[in-house]
Every structure is written in C-alpha cells, then in structure tokens.
Ligand binder design. Structure first.
Ligand SMILES: [Zn+2]
Length: 671
C-alpha cells in the first residue's frame, strides 16, 4: 500500500519510503488528468461551478504528495531523493504544459470568463476566475496556431539562452582564483576567513591561501583585506565576469534575452516585457515603478552623497586615499562602522539563545494575534531535530500545524525559508487548516554552549515566522488564493514587517536575556543595534535603486536598437553612481537575478516591499507596537486575505491610505 495514495492529515513521514514517490506521484498525475478530462467531457454548459471551481479542486492529493517530496528534497535530501527529483521534474512540467495547452479546457474556462458579468460572483470568485484565465492567456492560449508555434520557439530559445547565461557566469566565477602565498597579504581578515582560504588552497592541492569569486570568500576579502592592490585585483576580476573576450562572454546573450522577452510580450499583446510582468504585480505598470524609483532616488541621493563624502575623508585621513574606488567601499565602511559603533556579534549572541528567541516570537504572535503554540510530539517529523506545534487561537480552536527545523544538516540546502505541507481552504464547508513549516540553518548548540544566534539570525527567524503567520492565519475559500499566494511584490510585507519588532525595546525585553546571567539586554546595546542598522542606508539605497533602474531599462521598451551592452548600462546608471566607472567591468553580463532568475522587471520589489513594511509598521508605532486594533486590522485585511483581492485595495483597507515612502526614508534616517 502506497501511503501517498491514502488519505492523510499530517504528513505520514514514518510510512513514506523513497520508493513510494515515483510510482505514487505518477499515479496521482494520472488521477488528476482523469479529473480534468471529466471537466472537459462534461456535456453541460460551462459554469463557474462545473469549470472554474471544479478545476481549482483537481489534484488535491497530487499537491500534498509533491509538497512532501519537494520539501524533503530541500530540507532532508540524499542522492536517492535527488535522483527521483530528476525523474519527477520533467513529468510534472509535462503535466502542467499539457494542462495549459489543453484547448478544450481553455475553451470552457474562457466561456465562463467572458460571461463573468452574468454570474453573481464574490470578489474572491472573480479573482479565482481571473487568475485561472490569465494562467492560460499569458501562456498563449488565445494565439493562432502560427503564433503559438512562434511562442513555443521563443520560450525554448529563452530557456536555452538563460541557461547558457548562468553557465557562463558560473564558469567565469569558478575559473578565477587569487592564490596568495604570503601571510601578510591576508592581513586584516578574520581568522574564520583565513581558515577557509587555507582550506580552499588545500582542496586544490596548493600551498598558502586561495580567495575565489564566490560570495563567502569574496565578500570577507573585500571587507577586511588591508592590501588595497589585492582588493583591486579581486574586484576587477569579479566585475569582469562574462564581459571578457572569451567563450563565456554574455554580451550577446544579454541582448538576445532582452529581445526575445520583448518579442514574446508583443506577441501576447503587451507593450513590453515589463508591461507583461507588471500586469500581475501590485505596482501594475512600468510608469508606476519608474516614478517609485525616481521619487526614492531624489530623496536618498543627498544622504548617499553625504555618506560618500564622509567615507572619502575618513579613508583619506586613515590611509591618505585620494580617490575612493569601488574596491575601497566595503573596506572603509566596515572600518568606519567599527569606529562608530564598536558592535560585534560576539557581544550580542549571549542574549539570543535560540529557545529564548523562539519563545519571544511566539509571545509576539500571542500579543498580536492571540495565538498559542503547544509542542505536540504526536505529529510525525521527517527528522528528530524538527519541532512540531499545534497552533490554537484564544478559544482553543486549531489554527494551524507548525513545523520548525532550525539547524544545518548534510541534507539541507543553505538559507532560510517558509513552506507548507497542506494549504488552507474551505472545502465541502470545512475550513481546512494549513500545515506550515519554517526551515533555517542556525548555529548548532555544542556540548558546552546552547545555540546562540547572531542578531542577523534573530531577524531571519522573525522574517520567516512572518511568512509563516501569513500561511497560518489564512482564511480563504480557494487554496490557490490562500496565504502567501499573492502578487510577488506583496509577499514580503508580512515577513519584513515582523523584523521591525526585533529593534524595539518592548519586544527585546520579552526574550533577550543573557543565557548565563539572566540579565535583560542593556538599553545601550539596543540603541547601538538601532543606530548601526541605519549605517550607510543612503549609499545602500542608491545601489539598490541603480539595479532596479537597470532592470527596468532592459525590460520596459523595445531593445532592438541597443548595440552596446556597456554603453546602455552606463546610461541606465546615470545619476545613481558614486564611484568612478571601470571600463573593463559590466554588471549586466553577470546580473543573474534578472537574466537567468525570475527577477526581470522585478528587482524594484525589494525596495517596494520595504516601503510597504516601513509604512505599515509606522501605523503600529503610532498606536503601540502591540496595539490590538492595528493587529486585528493587519490580520483581517492582510494576513487572512491571501490573494483574494487586489493588494493595493487590501493595503488601503488596513492602513486607511496608500503606502507613503517617507516612512521608509525616516526609518532609514534619510529624511
Ligand atoms: Zn521572505
């Protein structure tokens, strides 16, 4: 008996063996195909119920099985699971392509969509219909046979060139090493960074130390290495990735990707790729994104210039540097920060014992939303380290099941994320509660010390827990609009807003007590944390804005006339740069976020989400950070609503007004 094919509530980890995945999921794909066929073959006229809602409710068991599989592949994987993933992924993408290309099914979906005025639909039902229809139309379902063929060709070219783009950046990153044989060349580096540089050398069968262009090696060297010439060598190598005259050059690929995206958008009836992307974003249009970026630029630039000048005179005073260059920024910033704040992780960590921080975040959830977290070991775990909780409201009603998995293991990928094992939905009149999980890679306890978190890990925990609250408090009818299923530039609001509580005295006093003495974190340290979080915000904002502007420049108009990548890039960066340009370096040729990953016409969303969270938190600050009134509104209009309404409308219902960027500028100390 394959447990994946049986009905279950919490995931039955103890019964699921690796050999169940492939046959189980294959079977469930076939079952779902049969459910879809039944919708198509229904001879009655297409209606919201027999088409839109019916389609929404297909594949429920398939979703449960695949979420278990892919969650394990991220958090507790091994060679066998990875091999299964290799086999499963094409099956699932074939299945989803077949669905989107199913003409008979689309005909029915379109019939309902076009008759939407004649049904008496709730707002949520309209959103579901819209989302479903757009899922097909944005994939070419409305095109003629000839245009559909063109679209498939563009899509396959795009995926091939994007892959090549990424491979080239990787090849250039891996091809480079800075091999050092004199210890004095590493002066300034922390012990940990030195050790890993020695280890890298050893792995490559060499003496001494090797610095690479991978972030964990590159960033510490640029931040701490005293040798300016070596910092320059390394920075130039980093900035020249895929911009050198060799087989890994990405200039042609950048132009091809931009042009193919534009052609694709035009074929589908959009003015540009950015218009296509932003149709399903809170920001809505390229014009709105541009004025958003420009407004922030106008306000952040004077602060950035002031910070730059201060940094320049600091470097001059310290080392007689005349012209601050790109390879100096991180180094002198760190030196100045140390001088101003004298704050390091080792001083803070004793106040952030993991268990205390977890209790702290639970206490915050209780004060804001009346949630109670109770350990329940009867819930099966996929690894003994995982903690399982029943989450209830003040009446004792089950709100969610919560899994928390904190420490690194061999089979876990890096970073921190929130995911789910079961979506929230109202099905057959039952409000089915979600099973939500957060996975992190925090410092492990040792024989002599408990797990003590860095402040960065504390904010990470609050961040992921904010996503988890979005999942846990979901209260919608349809699973595809539930919880975190919202527009991309809205999804970071619940997570980022929760980070704000970490900087507040009222919150820190709840849980930040010294693990040995029991003393509450001193006010002086809290002030330092706050002040240092604003350090060089102007320059950092300018940098983020410049990337957002470069991204929009590539995607919001016809790129066919662009001949030179570097010239185009320099034009896009106009007005956002502080350091002298380096002719041999190029950002676009290694900007994997937008040319390989999914951030095209979306890089602005980092700042967008910050504006939302700062403005939303300003409301809490105004009424008290544990204000019941504001928390209730946030829960009612944001956390519980998922994607059932336009996010700007939801936000206005919560806040009473549109988000105001001044809150972010004020928090960052830029006003
Ligand atoms: Zn996030």
């Amino acid at each position: 008996m394959n447990p994946l094919l049986q009905k279950f509530n919490t995931a039955p980890f103890s019964e699921i063996k690796n050999e169940h995945f492939l046959p189980g999921i294959k079977q469930l794909i076939e079952d779902t195909r049969a459910e879809i066929d039944a919708i198509v073959e229904n001879e009655e006229a297409a209606t919201f119920t027999n088409t839109t809602e019916a389609l929404e409710n297909t594949g429920l068991q398939l979703d449960r099985a695949t979420s278990i599989f892919f969650n394990l592949n991220s958090a507790e994987t091994n060679d066998e699971i990875q091999k299964i993933a290799q086999e499963l992924s094409p099956l699932l993408s074939d299945f989803s392509n077949d669905l989107l290309l199913n003409e008979a099914l689309f005909k029915k979906v379109k019939t309902v969509y076009e008759a939407k005025e004649s049904y008496d639909l709730t707002g949520e039902q309209q959103m579901l219909l819209e989302k479903q229809y757009k899922g097909f139309s944005r994939n070419g379902a409305n095109l003629s046979e000839k245009d559909k063929k063109t679209l498939r060709k563009i899509d396959s070219d795009l995926s091939r060139i994007k892959l090549t783009f990424g491979e080239n950046v990787l090849a250039e990153t891996n091809a480079y090493e800075l091999h050092l044989t004199k210890e004095e060349d590493l002066a300034g580096l922390p012990e940990g960074a030195k050790e890993s540089a020695a280890q890298t050398a050893e792995e490559k069968g060499k003496n001494g130390w090797i610095i690479t262009l991978d972030y964990p090696s590159y960033i510490p060297f640029m931040t701490y290495a005293e040798n300016r010439d070596l910092r320059k060598v390394l920075a130039l190598a980093f900035g020249a990735r895929s911009f050198q005259k060799n087989k890994n050059n990405n200039e042609e690929n950048v132009l091809s990707i931009a042009n193919l995206r534009h052609k694709r958008a035009q074929l589908l009836g959009y003015k540009s790729h950015a218009h296509f992307v932003l149709e399903e974003r809170m920001a809505e249009t390229p014009q709105k994104v541009q004025s958003f970026l420009n407004e922030l630029l106008k306000k952040a630039k004077p602060a950035a210039q002031r910070e730059f000048e201060t940094l320049e005179s600091f470097a001059k005073e310290l080392d007689a540097i005349d012209q601050l260059q790109k390879w100096d920024g991180a180094y002198y910033s760190e030196k100045l920060k140390q001088k101003l704040f004298d704050l390091d992780d080792e001083k803070l960590k004793p106040y952030f014992k993991l268990e205390n921080v977890i209790n702290g975040v639970f206490e915050v959830a209780k004060k804001l939303y009346g949630l109670e977290f109770t350990i329940d070991d009867s819930i099966e775990k996929y690894h003994p380290d995982v903690k399982t909780f029943r989450v209830t409201d003040y009446e004792g009603t089950l709100v969610a099941i919560f899994y928390a998995d904190f420490h690194p293991r061999a089979g876990k990928r890096g970073g921190a994320w929130m995911t789910s094992y079961k979506p929230q939905q109202k099905f057959h009149n039952i409000n089915d509660r979600p099973h939500v999980s957060i996975v992190c890679n925090f410092t492990k306890p040792t024989a002599s010390k408990p797990s003590l978190l860095t402040f960065n890990e504390v904010t990470t925990l609050f961040h992921e827990f904010g996503h988890a609250l979005h999942g846990m408090l979901a209260n919608t009818t349809y699973k595809s609009l539930s919880g975190t299923s919202v527009y991309w530039d809205f999804v970071e609001l619940p997570s980022q807003i929760l980070e704000n509580w970490c900087y507040e005295k009222e919150t820190l006093e709840l849980f930040a007590t010294h693990y040995e003495t029991g003393h509450v974190i001193p006010m002086e340290l809290i002030e330092k944390i706050k002040k240092s979080s604003k350090f060089h915000e102007g320059m950092q904002t300018l940098r983020q804005l410049s990337f957002g502007m470069l991204d929009m420049a590539w995607h919001d108009s016809d790129p066919s006339a662009i001949k030179n990548v570097k010239t185009f890039e320099n034009d896009a960066f106009e007005g956002t740069t502080l350091y002298p340009d380096v002719a041999k370096n190029c950002m676009s040729t290694a900007f994997s976020h937008i040319f390989q990953g999914g951030y095209s016409a979306g890089y602005y969303s980092y700042k967008w989400a910050e504006v939302l969270d700062a403005d939303a938190f300003a409301y809490f600050k105004q009424e008290g950070i544990f204000s019941k009134k504001v928390a209730d509104k946030f829960k009612t209009f944001v956390l519980s609503q998922g994607g059932t309404q336009d996010p700007m409308e939801l936000y206005i219902q919560f806040r009473g007004q549109k988000p105001n960027p001044d809150a972010l500028l004020e928090r960052a100390g830029l006003l």
